[in-house]
Every structure is written in structure tokens, then in C-alpha cells.
Design a protein around this ligand. Structure first.
Ligand code: TXA
Ligand code: MG
Length: 346
């Protein structure tokens, strides 16, 4: 389906009837169902192969819809919403009774997001109900940032995909919980920790954001314990200058007999291809994290399409929006990082 009035009305009908529609947002494509209908929401888990204990984000198209979903909206939540909604920010609060267990996966909180993309809000309006929507990928794969990637994963599993073009940000929303004494960042996104602190004053960064979870550790955000965003290839992040990186991969490629040089790829920044002695897939400009977030998941899917088995990734800066890019790339790499330059804490 396209982004026309008629198709948006049709998407609304399917959603109201308990069906599943993949929808564009400013972050990534979402797989939507009526958030107030537990049976409809259960179909999302089946279509994605999503673990049952991983809760979903509820999307609204008017700020007034928030009230009914949560127990109360404290002043600091109002202030956050005022500053960054509509936009790529998800706020977690204790849930109200109308949230089905399928949405909250048994937790007593609910995550709510008010997206900024006009088409997304029109679909929510057409459905007439808030929409539960995780990213529209098969569980474990990179999130889809265009209708084609969504179809690649969801063909035959859902009722419709609404094509709204390429997603602007390309990585998922910032997730912050206000259900704790001190607000806590659970997932970095386009709204940065600095921007959250401007409004909240204090903000803790959950240890799972940049670190690997210990086996059996209790997690604040269940989604973080799963393997995620991974292409088929084995990804290694190489931290160092471009020339250090080139020396390193030249060496590594020479020693690589198992899969053959043809299957080894560089995941690098725009304009570096000429200097790199491997096949290259680029993911944005080195000095511009928004171009990196826009490209990253597409680049990971491209590596699969081109048959990569081993990938050496240039390391992004983890400052500002870069934290979201680095967080996703770290998971795609299963936390495999080679350190070539002097250690700098990121
Ligand atoms: O940008 C986005 O947020 C996209 C688009 C479609 O809006 N959605 C998205 O949903 O990324 P999903 O399900 O792929 O990621 C939601 C994350 C998961 O890590 C989940 O564990 C966490 O948010 N989450 C959801 N509800 C939660 C809750 N009540 N407490 C803690 N974490 C929660
Ligand atoms: Mg996801």
C-alpha cells in the first residue's frame, strides 16, 4: 500500500479489525496492531518470532491519549514530552489497567511514543486506537528502514505494509524510563543523553547500553538481552585511525583462508573506499552521526545481500547521536571490538 488517503484509511480498517500492518515512522518501520486488543498484539509476537517476555511500545497520535495508558503523568514526564514529542523518544511509566499483558509482557510499566512522522500519526488516527508496534524485522535482524526491507522479513506473515519511503533517522527511538527514582536511559537514540539531562537534570545510563550483559543478569529493558541487528556475517569493530584500520585489515585478509577474500568486507565511512583494500559498504560520513544512523541498518542488510561472511567495521564516535549508532553496531558485532589506538573512554 502507498501513502495515500485511501490506503491509510484501509490500514486503519485492518488495524481496527485486529490485523497487523507494517507502518513507516521517522525512526524505523514498525509492525502495528491495536494496542488495546491482547489477541491482535499476540499476533505481532508470532509474526516476528519475538520472545514473549519482550514488551512493546505503544504509539499515540495526540498527547491526550497518553493519560489513559499510564497510572499518572508526573511533572518530569510532562516536561520531557513538551520538549521532545512528537519525536523519536519513548517514555516508560507505570501502566494503567487498560494495557493488555501482551503489550507489557507482564511488567507493571508501559512504554509510550508520540511519533513525529505525519503518515504514522495519520495511520494511528485512522485506526482510532493507540498502536503497539515493535520494529518490523524478524527478531534478531536489523530493523527495516524502508518498505522493501520490511517486505523481505514480513512477506506472508502480516496483512499489509504501508510504504512511506525511507525512514529519516534509521535507528530506533531513545527509550527512557521514569518508573525509577532517577530517570534511566535504556536505549540511546536520536534524542541524546545531553538533551534528556537538559530537561530532567539527572539521568542514569543503564549498564546494558554500552556493556555486554552478564549471563543471567536482571535487565531493565528485556530487548537488550537478545542478539540483535545482526547480519549473517561475523562483524568486528576496529577502533583506530583509517591508516591503522587499513594495515589491520590487510593483515587479517592475508591470514584469512577459511572463507576466502571475496567474502571479507569493510563497513566504512563515505569517501574511504579508495584507500581500503577490500569490498566496501559505506554507512555515512565519519563526522556526521545522523548520516550514519540513517544508513547503518541498510548497510548491514546490504552486507548480507552481497554474501559477506566477515566484516571489519570502522568505529563511529559514541558522542551525541553517535551513542545510538555505536550501541547498534556493538550488538551487530556481538561486542567484538579490536582496539588499535590508545584507549579512549567512549
Ligand atoms: O523507534 C522505535 O522505538 C520503533 C518504532 C517502530 O517506533 N519501535 C521499536 O520497538 O524499536 P522495539 O519493540 O523493537 O523496541 C522496544 C524496546 C525493547 O528493547 C523493549 O524491551 C523496550 O523497548 N521496552 C518496551 N516496553 C518496555 C517497558 N515497559 N520496560 C522496559 N523496556 C521496555
Ligand atoms: Mg526491535
Amino acid at each position: 500500500m502507498q501513502n495515500t488517503d485511501k490506503d491509510i484509511a484501509r490500514a486503519g480498517e485492518i488495524l481496527r479489525g485486529g490485523g497487523l500492518v507494517a507502518i513507516p515512522t521517522e525512526t524505523v518501520y514498525g509492525l502495528a496492531a491495536n494496542a488495546l486488543d491482547g489477541r491482535a498484539v499476540a499476533k505481532i509476537f508470532a509474526a516476528k518470532g519475538r520472545p514473549q517476555d519482550n514488551p512493546l511500545i505503544v504509539h499515540i497520535s495526540h498527547i491526550d491519549q497518553w493519560d489513559a495508558l499510564v497510572r499518572e503523568i508526573p511533572p518530569r514526564a510532562k516536561a520531557l514530552a513538551q520538549a521532545y514529542w512528537p519525536g523519536p523518544l519513548t517514555i516508560i511509566l507505570p501502566k494503567s489497567d487498560i494495557i493488555p499483558d501482551e503489550v507489557s509482557a507482564g511488567l507493571d510499566t508501559v512504554a509510550v511514543r508520540f511519533p513525529s512522522m505525519r503518515a504514522t500519526r495519520r495511520i494511528i488516527d485512522a485506526a482510532g486506537v493507540p498502536l503497539a508496534a515493535p520494529s518490523a524485522n524478524l527478531s534478531g535482524s536489523p530493523s527495516p528502514t524502508c518498505a522493501r526491507h520490511t517486505m523481505d522479513d514480513m512477506r506472508g506473515r502480516i496483512d499489509a505494509v504501508l510504504d512511506g519511503g525511507e525512514c529519516n533517522f534509521g535507528v530506533e527511538s531513545t527509550v527512557v524510563t521514569l518508573a525509577t527514582d532517577v530517570p534511566r536511559l535504556l536505549r540511546p537514540g536520536a534524542v541524546t543523553p545531553e538533551e534528556l539531562r537538559e530537561v530532567l537534570g539527572e539521568l542514569e545510563i543503564d549498564s546494558a547500553v554500552m556493556g555486554k550483559l552478564k549471563e543471567g543478569a536482571k535487565v531493565a529493558s528485556p530487548g537488550m538481552k537478545y542478539k540483535h541487528y545482526s547480519p549473517n556475517a561475523e562483524v568486528t569493530i576496529v577502533r583506530g585511525s583509517l591508516s591503522q584500520y587499513c594495515d589491520y585489515i590487510r593483515n587479517a585478509a592475508e591470514q584469512e583462508n577459511a572463507c576466502g577474500r571475496e567474502k571479507i568486507f569493510a563497513l566504512c565511512f563515505d569517501g574511504e573506499e579508495d584507500q581500503i583494500p577490500l569490498h566496501c559498504v559505506t554507512y555515512g560520513r565519519e563526522d556526521d552521526p545522523l548520516t550514519q544512523s540513517h544508513r547503518l541498518f541498510t548497510a548491514l542488510r546490504e552486507l548480507d545481500e552481497r554474501g559477506a561472511l566477515k566484516v571489519y567495521a570502522r568505529c563511529p564516535s559514541a558522542d551525541g547521536v553517535g551513542m545510538a549508532v555505536y550501541n547498534r553496531l556493538l550488538r551487530a558485532a556481538g561486542f567484538s571490538v579490536v582496539q588499535l589506538n590508545e584507549y579512549r573512554s567512549r
